[in-house]
Every structure is written in structure tokens, then in C-alpha cells.
Ligand binder design. Structure first.
Ligand SMILES: Cc1cc2nc3c(=O)[nH]c(=O)nc-3n(C[C@H](O)[C@H](O)[C@H](O)COP(=O)(O)O)c2cc1C
Length: 161
């Protein structure tokens, strides 16, 4: 089974989780990269990022370096922005029709995922979602806790095969 982990990450949490999944499954990774991302990681990120999220913007992405259609199982991860998936995923969904895949969805948040996972599932309704997870405050957790959290989640999904 060919597995791909697709993610966007602004501050590193989703990147960390994606890399941890990859370590567990020896799977390939594809990072979604906006051509121009929100410029500041300071407090103003909430203003600029929030504006992007609330005004439903779809930031242009750099061309994808992998062909999603050639994988059987796709993990998809996003930070939570304004209780939803990040704008980069909005672009991704509008440009790439994913169907008939097995999938697992994750989001990284500060504890308030809102409708993130629900809304992702709506976009991915032609796929079989085998697992979903909210990882909270990833960068404040110990490496040990995160390894266990990601490892257990991945094991549970893979046990269903
Ligand atoms: C613009 C913006 C909006 C956010 N909105 C939420 C939110 O609605 N709920 C939440 O729990 N965290 C929210 N966060 C926090 C991020 O989801 C959290 O820090 C996440 O771990 C970031 O993932 P990343 O490090 O992969 O970018 C927001 C962060 C930003 C920058």
C-alpha cells in the first residue's frame, strides 16, 4: 500500500506530526506551500491569518511535487485557523479532486478545532476516512508524549486493515 502524508504547517506543529507519522509508516511526505504565506509569526499572525481565514481566501500554492492519485492511503493534516482548516487547504481542495482513497485526517490546534475535521470530511466525502485526530498544543508537549500520541493513533488506524 502506497501511503502519502499531505500537510500544511505555519508554525511547525503539523510538520512535526507529519514527520512522526512518516517515521512510523516509512511513508512519503508532501508539504503544501503557499507561494506567499502570512509574513509574521508574532501576534499579528492572528490578524493576517484570521483575515485570510474569514474572507475565505485561497492562497496560491507552489506546484505539488507528488502525484496524489498514485497513492492508496492519504493522511491529510492542517492547523486550525478560526475553527476551520487553514486557507492553504481551501486552495488544495479547490484544485485537487481526491476520491476513492482511504484517508486519515488530523488537525493541530490550541484546543478549539470547531468544525475543522467535519468540514474536511465534507470536502472528502467520496473517500473512506479511517481515522481522525486533533493534536492539541503540539509544540508544548514533550517529545515522548507526542511520539506516543501519534504512534498510538497510527497503530489504531493500521489495525483496521
Ligand atoms: C490565524 C490563526 C488562527 C487560529 N485559530 C485557532 C482556532 O480557531 N482554534 C484553535 O484551537 N487554535 C487556533 N490557532 C492556533 C493553531 O491552530 C495552533 O497553534 C496549531 O498548532 C498551529 O499549527 P502549525 O504549527 O502546524 O501551524 C490559530 C492560529 C493562527 C495563526
Amino acid at each position: 500500500m502506497k501511503i502519502l502524508i499531505v500537510y500544511y504547517s505555519f508554525e511547525g506543529s503539523c510538520k512535526y506530526v507529519a514527520e512522526e507519522i512518516s517515521k512510523n509508516l516509512n511513508a512519503e511526505i508532501l508539504e503544501l506551500k503557499p507561494k506567499t504565506d502570512v509574513k509574521t509569526k508574532g501576534i499579528l499572525k492572528y490578524v493576517f491569518g484570521g483575515k485570510q481565514a474569514f474572507s475565505n481566501e485561497k492562497p496560491e500554492l507552489l506546484p505539488l511535487e507528488k502525484n496524489i492519485n498514485s497513492y492508496d492511503f492519504i493522511f491529510l493534516g492542517t492547523p486550525v485557523w478560526a475553527w476551520n482548516y487553514a486557507p492553504a487547504l481551501k486552495t488544495f481542495f479547490s484544485e485537487h479532486k481526491i476520491k476513492e482513497k482511504k484517508m486519515a485526517l488530523f488537525c493541530c490546534s490550541g484546543g478549539g478545532k470547531g468544525k475543522t475535521l467535519e468540514n474536511m470530511k465534507k470536502e472528502l466525502c467520496e473517500n473512506e476516512v479511517m481515522g481522525e485526530m486533533e493534536f492539541v498544543n503540539v509544540l508544548k508537549q514533550t517529545k515522548y508524549n507526542m511520539e506516543a500520541a501519534v504512534g498510538n493513533w497510527v497503530d489504531n488506524i493500521m489495525e483496521t486493515f
